[in-house]
Design a protein around this ligand. Structure first.
Ligand SMILES: Cc1cc2nc3c(=O)[nH]c(=O)nc-3n(C[C@H](O)[C@H](O)[C@H](O)COP(=O)(O)OP(=O)(O)OC[C@H]3O[C@@H](n4cnc5c(N)ncnc54)[C@H](O)[C@@H]3O)c2cc1C
Ligand SMILES: NC(=O)c1ccc[n+]([C@@H]2O[C@H](COP(=O)([O-])OP(=O)(O)OC[C@H]3O[C@@H](n4cnc5c(N)ncnc54)[C@H](O)[C@@H]3O)[C@@H](O)[C@H]2O)c1
Ligand code: SF4
Ligand code: FES
Length: 808
């Protein structure tokens, strides 16, 4: 008989708590029934990478650490969008804001931190935000589309990464800092000044020694008033002035708290069966704000819960690295001089390099590097180990890095096995070497999947690459990066293998092509689902669970967890009767906001998940597919029917295109537009496929994009008739479907493969007709997802609210 599982609850679905669960599942997979509550409406994601999302280096989809399938595969009961509001430590129960009560044997609090918001008048105004989560990131992205000027208060790590992201989004950005030099918590003055100059060269402005006094504006922020009486205009203010551990839940439940929840070396709080990890925990007087120590805490806690002996957590020395492209800054340990310490400095103003080592006795206790941070990991390792560096001080200052990454006889080779390469994830050189030599890893992606090295901030990637060269030699050189960390195969190889071996399911592809991770990840599962659907439109059954939430629910999830409903309105043309119907549905379901979209549709926002099928039923209109990687909208101008400049019927052409291609699955979302004359009022030249009327015909444009990376289209060809427009559009879209990578928009794809190669592929009529035939086959097999759900009781059930007994 199997042992009865104990009930484990994790409060906080963030980086530290879920990492502890990952460890626990490895140590004692059968020991607990696990329930996780998280306030955010998302699965566990890499908060660190929000800076990259803002700076355009990653998409939100890419930063998911564990997708919903992961929770399902370990039978973890996940409640996203649920905040635990109280704990009853006597009855061992927790209660959530949504009325759920759950009992536990063991309870982990991993509630993270709250951003510190300056308590100045006007701080509550619209346009004043923090930078902590996906919601904040999305607000910044949205604001940057409408407004021009941002102020970031706080010149620390977070503030500078936010400022860099906002610059990337096209805003004018000034950083307001209270001290005379930025990042004073991580850098000395020399490094700080060099950093500021570099950031100024990138376009960032600085307002130093400025004390913010009040936020100006009526409802929305207009500016910032400083204590010296000066005023700075602003459309957006981001506060990045530090964080405070989120301890309210613990405090109100009678758990001992100071700045954080007080824990011992085993992460135990003052109450039995209740533990704390992450930024909310205070260990030996310190509440950490970086992932490396939090992951160390998680590993200790997992051992404790699994009954595996552990020496406990003894505290951490930390290092930081600013994640701003083009700038290399590193800082670790005690970097300012104190009585009894001595400092060695090296400065090369020509090459913009600065290094400082702080030594106490014979030991290195701190370091600051600017411009050349290649030695950071090794210096950090020496600091952590308290290594005796007597006689090697100058060598360390001047250049471990010169030969650190050389392929042969290098410093990496001489490094001890227990030296930490990936600070974020605590992965040693030995663990990486083992993954390469015994685990067969031959790419950074595989090492990441196997050891987690380079999975967080990515700062250690050069060292991981160096080790790969060292241990895998030739094999590493020939290895390419796969579509994700689960495989070394690229998109084209995967598609070719699927065709060659006639692989028919996602699971089969992963098995046969020897995926490193048998469950796949949030990147490869949807990719494979797309490729299989594209290759076998008739046989392949779409895997709903491999799609993202929006596509699964056929509606866009909003930041408050509600959804939006956008019915299809062909060419943006509607009728009074249709408008009355939409209005009636909006009134009946108490839709809080009705708005026109940029693509000439009506967006009903703020809809509860359980109302979606009922609304679709009453609307009785096709899905506008505003949520998927598919044809979105065909924007039109009024064209020759009404406009005196119009030479062609843009409305008719737009409606024809939309009716032809609606419901088409594509690698990335696809937007079309048709303008009735070269004045181009429908903005067809920033669309994936744009049609512009000219005297006696149509120009066909491809590969345009609005949004963050604006790209104008390139002219594909000029045609005479409407039927030719349809033929070329069909051929182009099918060629894109068959050749682009999943999640690759036409703009990126056209840029990558070049206009000429596409022209060549579509040049012959025969080729176009063959592509047209294939797209029509696919289209003939599609159905409207809303209708399908409305008419299938089994599918409707997915939208019902989860009803739970009072105690689970
Ligand atoms: C933009 C940005 C960039 C960063 N870059 C780096 C970096 O490069 N390197 C680095 O080391 N660190 C970085 N950090 C810091 C790092 O992200 C945090 O240290 C880490 O995420 C903390 O993990 P945590 O699990 O303690 O808290 P979190 O990841 O914040 O998770 C806590 C979760 O608990 C939820 N929660 C809180 N209360 C409740 C409740 N009562 N009920 C249910 N759920 C609750 C919260 O909503 C949150 O989702 C960065 C942070 C940000 C914001
Ligand atoms: N690359 C990374 O490692 C990274 C990146 C982002 C965030 N983080 C972490 O996220 C957390 C939050 O980052 P943070 O930068 O907000 O915290 P922080 O405490 O490190 O820095 C806050 C900065 O704001 C300044 N400041 C304080 N009050 C001010 C005021 N009134 N006006 C202007 N400036 C003021 C401080 O002098 C300080 O330099 C930290 O734990 C940080 O380590 C790390
Ligand atoms: S694009 Fe030409 S036809 Fe269309 S509305 Fe503008 S001016 Fe009129
Ligand atoms: S050091 Fe951050 S991912 Fe390795």
């Amino acid at each position: 008989m199997s042992a009865i599982r104990k009930k484990l609850i994790l409060v906080g679905n963030g980086m530290a708590g879920v990492r502890a669960i990952e460890h626990l599942l490895k140590l004692a997979p059968e020991a607990y029934d696990i329930t996780i509550f998280g306030s955010e409406p998302h699965p566990n994601y890499n908060r660190i990478m929000l800076s990259s999302v803002l700076a355009g280096g990653a998409s939100l989809d890419e930063i998911v650490i564990n997708d919903l399938e992961w929770y399902r595969s370990f039978n973890i009961q996940l409640y996203t969008g649920h905040t635990v509001t109280s704990i009853d430590p006597v009855e061992r129960k927790v209660h959530t804001d949504k009325g759920i009560t759950a009992s536990y044997d063991e309870l982990i609090l991993a509630t993270g931190s709250n951003p510190f918001m300056l308590p100045i008048p006007g701080a509550e105004k619209e346009g004043v935000i923090a930078f902590r989560d996906i919601k904040d990131t999305q607000i910044m992205q949205e604001v940057s589309q409408k407004y021009g000027k941002a102020l970031v208060i706080g010149g620390g790590l977070l503030g500078l990464e936010a400022a860099r992201g906002l610059l990337h989004l096209g805003m004018e950005v000034s950083v307001v800092h209270i001290h005379e030099y930025i990042m004073e918590r991580q850098l000395d003055e020399s490094a700080s000044v060099m950093l500021r100059k570099e950031l100024e060269a990138q376009g960032m402005k600085f307002l130093l020694k400025k004390q913010s006094e009040a936020v100006l504006g009526k409802k929305r922020v207009k500016g910032l008033l400083f204590a010296d009486g000066s005023i700075e205009d602003a459309d957006l203010i981001v506060m990045a002035v530090g964080i405070k551990p989120n301890v309210e839940l613990a405090r109100s439940s009678g758990i001992e708290v100071n700045r954080g929840i007080i824990v011992n070396d085993y992460m135990e709080s003052s109450l039995p069966g209740i533990y704390a990890v992450g930024e909310c925990a205070e260990h030996r007087g310190i509440a950490y704000g970086l992932v490396a120590p939090l992951y160390e805490q998680g590993a200790v806690l997992a051992k404790r819960l699994a009954g595996v002996p552990t020496e406990g957590y003894a505290g951490s020395v930390t290092s930081t690295k600013l994640k701003v492209s083009g700038v290399d800054v590193f800082s670790a340990g005690q970097f300012t001089e104190q009585p009894g310490t001595k400092a060695l400095r090296f400065q090369d103003e020509t090459d913009g390099v600065y290094k400082k080592l702080v030594i106490h006795g014979d030991k290195l206790i701190g370091a600051v590097l600017f411009g050349d941070t290649g030695d950071g990991a090794q210096l950090f390792s020496m600091i952590k180990k308290g290594e005796n560096i007597k006689g090697r001080e100058k060598e360390l200052l001047l250049g471990i890095s010169a030969d650190a990454l050389a392929p042969k006889g290098n410093r990496l080779e001489g490094m001890a096995d227990d030296e930490i390469i990936c600070g974020c994830n605590g992965v040693s050189k030995g663990a990486i070497a083992e993954a390469i030599t015994s685990g067969g890893c031959t790419s950074v992606g595989q090492i990441k999947a196997c050891t987690k090295a380079s999975a967080s901030c990515g700062g250690c990637k050069p060292l991981v690459e160096g080790l790969l060269q060292l241990y895998a030699g030739e094999a590493a050189v020939t290895v390419k990066e796969g579509i994700c960390g689960c495989t070394t195969l690229g998109r084209d190889e995967i598609v070719a293998e699927i065709k060659r071996m006639k692989l028919m399911t996602v699971k089969e592809v992963m098995n046969v092509l020897e995926w490193g991770n048998e469950e796949g990840c949030a990147k490869c599962r949807p990719s494979l689902n797309y490729y299989l659907g594209m290759l076998y439109p008739e046989e392949y059954i779409d895997e709903n669970e491999s799609r993202f939430t929006n596509e699964r629910y056929h509606a866009n999830i909003q930041k408050d967890g509600t959804y939006s409903v956008v019915p299809r309105i062909y060419g943006g043309v509607t009728s009074p009767a249709e408008l009355i119907k939409i209005a009636q549905v909006a009134v009946k379901f108490e839709v809080p906001l009705v708005k026109f979209t940029g693509g000439q549709r009506l967006d009903l926002l703020g809809v509860k998940k359980e109302d979606l099928p009922k609304m679709w039923e009453e609307l009785d209109m096709p899905s506008g597919h505003a949520y998927g990687k598919t044809l979105r909208t065909v924007k039109t101008c009024v064209g020759s029917t009404y406009c005196r400049f119009g030479t062609q019927d843009a409305l008719g052409m737009g409606i024809r295109l939309e009716q032809a291609f609606e419901r088409l699955n594509t690698p990335g979302k696809v937007k079309l537009a048709v303008s009735g004359c070269p004045r181009n009022c429908a903005e067809a030249t920033i669309k994936d496929f744009g049609v512009v009327a000219i005297d006696g015909g149509w120009e066909l444009h491809i590969g345009g994009n609005g949004g963050v990376h604006v790209r104008a289209t390139e002219l594909l060809c000029v045609v005479k008739t409407d039927d030719e427009v349809m033929e070329w559009a069909s051929a182009f879209l099918q060629y894109y479907r068959e050749n682009a990578g999943w999640n690759e928009r036409t703009a990126q794809w056209v840029e990558r493969v070049g206009l000429d190669s596409i022209k060549q592929a579509l040049e012959s009529r025969e080729a176009r007709l063959a592509l047209q035939e294939r797209i029509q086959k696919t289209l003939s097999l599609t159905t409207d997802p809303w209708k399908q759900i409305v008419n299938t009781p089994e599918l409707r059930k997915n939208f019902e609210p989860i009803s739970l007994p009072e105690t689970v």
